[in-house]
Design a protein around this ligand. Structure first.
Ligand code: HEM
Length: 342
């Protein structure tokens, strides 16, 4: 693992707070952004010293529009763009705004609260908080629907391979694409299904979390459609949340990936279906209320966010792979020919 990466690869602990902020119009934001970058580094260093076993960290992602407004480095990370909605015949993955995303983990709620509070003090004069979701570990790592969530995630060294940009984009090596969606579940309808039908929604057994064999797994089950191949994985860090006063029980879906195109393939199969129309049955009980793509730069980037253009030698020399790690060949290209993706 690149030691320069933000803590995107950690396993989720017991609690997390997810925050989406949007910069206000007509205010200067660059100084505040530099201070926020410094604070993120400070919060992580401090948590590591104070609570070495506390699973506490804060990861910051930056959205496309914020990247442009802040005049951060060019060319942009090659897949950083405003998320385009994915529309199937019945369900839609919506696109919602967001300039900065914070993923704050901690086994103790207190550290999550303190980090959130410190960040908010800097953010409030220049930005509005659009989303705040408090996720928690539900029993033995289950989603609020009762099924264990995360089993097929990459483990060990594979987490860095699938979660962090490698040599294919040298200017942003160690960075990661972050895609988030806040889902609300129709728990009443899901819980009314007989156990066998619930298991068919996921393609796994509920109690023991065992995957169905291919001959009996329904083709519209979540595990059939979200799986886009053994060489195309993402690092998922979902947590459930629940609020009785608003009757909102949900899943905060959060994925870190070396390529956004992998996440997009999964969304296409889930929402449009494979073949078209054979969409993910999980969506009949799960509605995404948000959907935003961010880029998580390295710690060195946060230390020096105003560094300006990417060094010429990086853009000029580097032969690169395409973003599709599944391809049999590496599809050598050259960053010189890349555009700014604006
Ligand atoms: C409604 C929100 C979601 C819930 C509650 C959910 C829950 C689950 C559960 C319980 C599993 C099976 C165990 C596991 O391997 O983790 C799973 C697998 C998986 N999910 Fe989701 N998921 C959600 C949304 C998504 C989305 C939006 C994506 C991708 C964009 C995704 C990608 C995957 C992948 C890649 C797997 C592993 C499939 C395999 O290889 O078997 N999930 N999910």
């Amino acid at each position: 693992m690149s030691t320069d990466a933000q803590n995107v690869l950690d396993y989720h602990g017991s609690n997390a707070i997810f925050l989406v902020w949007k910069f206000k119009e007509g205010v200067a934001i660059n100084d505040a952004f530099a201070n926020i970058c410094a604070l993120v580094i400070n919060l992580n260093n401090s948590a590591a010293i104070r609570f070495p076993d506390g699973g506490a960290s804060c990861v910051m992602g930056i959205g496309h529009d914020a990247w442009l407004r802040l005049q951060l480095r060019r060319p942009l990370p090659r897949e950083l763009a405003v998320f385009e909605p994915v529309s199937g015949k019945k369900h839609q993955a919506v696109s919602t705004p967001g300039d900065l995303h914070f993923h704050i983990r901690g086994n103790e709620k207190s550290i999550c609260y303190d980090m959130t509070n410190a960040l908010s003090a800097l953010l409030q004069p220049v930005a509005d908080c659009l989303e705040e979701v408090h996720g928690f570990r539900y029993w033995d790592g289950r989603s609020i629907l009762g099924f264990v969530d995360g089993t097929e995630n990459p483990q060990g060294e594979k987490r860095a391979f699938f979660g962090l940009i490698g040599d294919e984009d040298p200017a942003y090596k160690g960075g990661s694409y972050l895609f988030v969606q806040k889902y609300i579940h129709d728990l009443k309808a899901f819980n009314a299904l007989p156990l066998h039908d619930q298991e068919n929604v996921f393609g796994r057994s509920k109690q023991n979390d065992i995957e169905m064999s291919d001959d009996i797994k329904p083709s519209n089950s979540h595990s059939a459609l979200a799986n886009v191949g053994d060489d195309l994985k993402i690092v998922r860090d979902n947590l459930p949340f629940g609020n009785m006063s608003t009757n909102e029980m949900g899943t905060y879906f959060i994925a870190y990936a070396s390529t956004f195109s992998t996440v997009k393939k999964m969304l296409d199969k889930m929402f449009i279906g494979s073949p078209e129309g054979n969409y993910d049955r999980l969506l009949d009980f799960s509605t995404p209320k948000t959907g935003t793509l961010f880029f998580v730069p390295t710690l060195s980037f946060l230390e020096n966010p105003d560094a300006g253009d990417t060094p010429a030698e990086v853009t000029a020399q580097a032969p690169v792979e395409t973003t599709d790690k599944s391809a049999g060949s590496l599809h050598i290209g050259n960053l010189k020919n890349e555009t700014d993706h604006e």
